[in-house]
Write a protein that binds this ligand. Structure first.
Ligand code: OXD
Ligand code: MN
Length: 590
């Protein structure tokens, strides 16, 4: 029998009865020793940090160079999202679609509740109220994560608006997403991440890492939210959000979808190159955007998150100065190495590690010092380029949507969709080489429509139909583009310099939006000519530019044939309009 919850905790008076009752039920199932309702206060964070330090789970970092920052090492078997253990549990299997692993809700609950049984004995159960999005925005949505991990609480405090104001909003809204999480015994055989979109519920067991455990992020803000968004007429997307101001002081907002670890954080924090004086880039979000058609026929976006859970390796003062400066204090580092003076270290930084991500003395024969999916968790407010618009309850109007992937070949540097419908086809055809953000082989090309393959909480066929319907509601839709910063030559050398230089490509896009830039029509969409891109100072050879801006017709034919094959698995759920759009795209190739 579980301990009676009322004897061991102090339910805040503002907690609605539905929350209180759910906490009771979870206590009866998981049998924690203590219950702690999180307020989000500094004192609470200090107390939890102290506990993690005392247990040796947090390593203190150099208090002078990295004040308020800690190193956490996760279990070496628990270092990335586990897509093969992630389920969408809907009444009908077809609603989850071939793009998700499915389990019937009753089976899902039975299977995972058996794991939760008594799982919090000897532990504290934390009740973590959080709000995804500005606390006063009508577009924001709240949830409560129950977890037995203090590390998760501290991460949620950075990544979301966590604590009393969120609980107050839940009391006002009368609804919330229920997220139940336990690290269990971190045994990969007893690890599941389950979603019950029809119940607005998530249950995650056996992992303490990133998107598996910080339930506000992928589980709520993408998988559950995408389902809610379909019902309510909006979109929950795996997109960064950025404000770009030109030297004349005109600001445009751009959303961009790339698969995990393909540079969303870098693009969101881009530093304009020396060749573009007067341009300014400010970050609204680096991972998730919620998009709503506005009364004026434009598409408005908020970032539901309040912090970054960014990939550490490769981040340095040159590649991403804003991220590098952001993490110089009040940051949680997970699975990075450390130098002799207790500075966090990862590949791409100067200096020398003395210990690796598993806490062993550094030895290059063991592999990199930092795990390739090691991360920093830091408040968005620490970013020197943080955009105050991030707090706008109305969101910001989007001028352009960019899709992209990591592709050695085929996809050119940039091309523009002919219209929204063609843009939906381009998004549904996104493919990318896999990265370390999820367990499994790295560098394998896989189809990742809208960069949402791991995150769409329902059938992709229905999702594409929803995208098409949203477009019909927009009298001033954003223009849609596709980019590929990752083209390589035969020797594996990148053809495009990337990083800050990507602003040259964004400038062309925004000039297209305002009607200032020319484009040539190609079979795959509109593309800039070399002179439209202002490539001065880059020293790109004619052959390189041709490769970057060329259309390899036979290769595109086989790409579309492959896409047609992928589409077939969605059967009658594939929108006719998308099938027709693909047909037209093939026809244009001649
Ligand atoms: C992330 C991911 O952590 O996409 O954002 O894996
Ligand atoms: Mn992501």
């Amino acid at each position: 029998m579980g301990k009676p919850y009322a004897r061991t905790s102090h339910t805040p008076s503002i907690a609605p009865e539905a929350v209180d009752r759910w906490v009771h039920e979870v206590c009866a199932l998981t049998e924690p020793d203590r219950v702690h309702w999180c307020t989000g206060s500094d004192a609470e964070a200090a107390e939890l940090t102290g506990q993690l330090l005392a247990k040796g789970e947090f390593e203190p970092l150099n208090e002078e160079s990295y004040p308020g920052s800690y190193l956490y090492r996760s279990n070496p078997n628990d270092v990335a999202r586990v897509e093969h253990l992630t389920f969408v549990c809907t009444q009908s299997e077809a609603d989850a679609g071939p793009n998700n692993h499915w389990m019937a809700p009753d089976d899902g609950h039975r299977k995972i509740d058996a794991l939760f049984q008594g799982a919090m004995r000897g532990r504290t159960l934390y009740v973590v109220p959080y709000c995804m999005g500005p606390i006063d925005s009508p577009y924001s949505r709240c949830g409560i994560e129950i977890t037995d991990s203090a590390y998760v609480v501290l991460n949620m405090r950075i990544m979301t608006r966590m604590g009393t104001p969120a609980l107050e909003r839940i009391a006002r809204d009368g609804t919330f997403v229920r997220g139940l999480h336990s690290i269990g015994d971190l045994n990969p055989d007893r690890r599941f991440i389950m979603h019950f979109p029809e119940e607005l519920a998530i249950k995650s067991f056996g992992s303490g890492y990133g998107g598996n455990a910080l339930l506000g992020k992928k589980c709520h803000a993408l998988r559950i939210a995408s389902w809610q968004a379909r019902d309510e007429g909006w979109l929950a997307e795996h997109m960064l959000l950025v404000a770009i101001e030109n030297p004349a002081g005109e600001t445009h907002y751009v959303a961009a979808a790339f698969p995990s670890a393909c540079g969303k954080t870098n693009l969101a924090m881009l530093i304009p190159p020396g060749s573009m004086p007067g341009w300014k880039v400010r970050t609204i979000g680096d991972d998730i955007a919620w998009l709503h058609p506005g009364a004026d026929g434009r598409l408005y976006a908020i970032n539901p998150e309040a912090g970054y859970f960014g990939v550490a390796p490769g981040t340095n003062a040159k590649s991403n100065r804003n991220a590098y400066e952001s993490v110089s204090r009040d940051t949680i580092f997970t699975n990075v190495g450390m130098t002799a003076d207790r500075t966090p270290w990862w590949e791409g930084l100067e200096g020398k590690p003395v210990s690796d991500w598993q806490g062993r003395p550094y030895d290059p024969s063991n592999g990199p010092a930092a795990h390739p999916n090691s991360r920093f968790t830091v408040s968005a407010r620490r970013n020197p380029a943080w955009a105050p618009e991030s707090e706008l309850a109305t969101g910001v109007p989007i001028s352009a949507i960019i899709f992209g992937g990591r592709r050695r070949t085929l996809a050119p540097l940039v091309y523009e969709a002919r219209n929204w419908r063609h843009g939906v086809l381009i998004g549904s055809g996104v493919a990318s080489e896999t990265t370390a953000a999820a367990t499994g082989a790295v560098g394998v090309l896989r189809r990742d429509p809208m960069a949402m393959k791991p995150f769409c909480g329902y059938n992709f066929g229905d999702y594409w139909q929803h995208w098409l319907s949203i477009g019909e509601r927009l009298s001033q839709p954003p223009r849609i583009f596709h980019v590929n910063w990752f083209r390589q030559d035969e020797g594996g050398k990148f053809l495009w310099p990337g990083f800050g230089e990507n602003l040259r490509v964004l400038r062309w896009m925004l000039d297209r939006v305002t009607g200032r830039a020319a484009a040539r029509e190609t079979p795959i969409g509109y593309m800039p000519a070399r002179e439209d891109l202002a490539l001065d100072g880059l020293e790109l050879s004619e052959a390189t530019t041709q490769a970057l801006l060329g259309v390899d017709t036979p290769a595109w034919r086989s790409e579309f044939a492959h896409l047609a094959g992928e589409f077939e698995q969605y059967g009658h759920r594939l929108p006719e309009a998308l099938r027709a759009e693909l047909h037209d795209a093939v026809r244009r190739l001649g």
